[in-house]
Ligand binder design. Structure first.
Ligand SMILES: C[S@@+](CC[C@H](N)C(=O)[O-])C[C@H]1O[C@@H](n2cnc3c(N)ncnc32)[C@H](O)[C@@H]1O
Length: 322
């Protein structure tokens, strides 16, 4: 059986019997006026962060969510979109589609503004999405892509890129790990399916995203996620896993490579009225300008003693250069 089949079996079980500890979200569950999330959706919260960002959801976007789980994030997206089929949910496990459908009925009873038909549930595979080209404004996945091995991850990212409109956004939440994941864990299909051993280092993950064509990437959050300890996982040292939230924007690829924002800023502290790098970045005295890592590197290479470049905060959600 391939690891993809093992994954389906793991989530068939998780659909039939909610497994509260399966994943551990590192974000508090959205509390919004008039939003009441059914308990069963919270129990079936199998994500590791949040992909719902109100700022992505202006201008009435068409939303796609791949890997529905108990449906909690789809309900949150529907809170903002509030229209028939405003959110399309795709999942490869029929039992998960069925479970989320039942959960939406409960949500309908608790939330007068919500109707089940706000969500269009479709059986389908992240590797071959049942969605038309360039038809989606905001696509999201939470804690599914880390399960994929590199070949499938590339295919899943290509599919997201295909269905997004130009300048559309792909919001992702996944575990990442900077240490080498021991082979016996990486090859363990069950652990991989449980989002424990498939994670890549952050920059490998980002490079896979930009290689399929996304011209802009924002690292919006990075938080501690899990520890794999020698007493439980037969590892020689503690393995530290983080959870990241990333937004990839289908902007054209700049000639000098993608703009990846990890939360760096440039601050000019010289004596002139401003500093202009003649590449589109004007720094005003003592006013931080959020810059992508490429621009941060280019400014640092000037070796001036009147420009300060801050470290990555891994907390960036808009504004600045490019
Ligand atoms: C870790 S759970 C995350 C669920 C949800 N995103 C959340 O945050 O609660 C992974 C989800 O992806 C679904 N899934 C697994 N393999 C898939 C595939 N190849 N294509 C689409 N969905 C898949 C599972 O059924 C499950 O709903």
């Amino acid at each position: 059986m391939s690891y993809l089949e093992t994954t389906k079996n793991v989530y068939k079980k998780a659909a039939e019997t909610p497994d509260v500890g399966l994943c551990c979200t590192t974000t508090p569950i959205w509390q919004l006026p008039g939003l009441d999330i059914p308990e069963i959706m919270q129990d079936m919260n199998y994500g590791c962060g949040s992909t719902v960002h109100p700022r992505d959801l202006v201008d009435n976007p068409k939303i796609l969510y791949v890997g529905v789980g108990g449906g909690m994030e789809l309900l949150q997206f529907a809170y903002f979109s509030r229209q028939e089929s405003g959110v399309i949910g795709v999942d490869v496990v029929p039992e998960m589609i069925e479970a989320s459908r039942n959960n939406f009925k409960i949500a309908e009873e608790l939330n007068p503004w919500f109707k089940s038909n706000f969500v269009d549930l479709r059986m389908g595979d992240a590797l071959n999405l049942p969605i038309e080209d360039e038809s989606i404004d905001v696509a999201a996945q939470n804690c599914l892509f880390n399960i994929f091995k590199k070949e499938e991850l590339k295919q899943a990212l290509k599919e997201m890129y295909r269905v997004l409109k130009p300048h559309g956004r792909l919001v992702l939440s996944d575990p990442t790990c900077e240490q080498a994941m021991p082979q016996h864990l990486r090859e363990n299909e069950e652990l991989r399916a449980l989002c424990i051993s498939g994670s890549l280092p952050l920059w490998d993950y980002i490079n896979m995203i930009t290689e399929v064509g996304f011209g802009t990437v924002e690292v919006r959050a990075k938080r501690p996620y899990r520890i794999l300890s020698p007493n439980k996982y037969n590892v020689e040292e503690l393995i530290f896993i983080e959870s990241v939230e990333v937004c990839a924007i289908k902007d054209p690829m700049p000639a000098d490579g993608p703009c990846v924002f990890t939360g760096k800023s440039a601050i000019y502290y010289g004596n002139e009225d401003y500093f202009d790098d003649k590449k589109g970045h004007t720094l005003l005295p003592n006013q931080p300008l959020a810059v992508c890592d490429k621009t941060a590197g280019a400014l640092a290479n000037l070796e001036r003693n009147d420009i300060f470049i801050s470290e990555s905060t891994y907390f960036y959600d808009g504004g600045g250069c490019c």
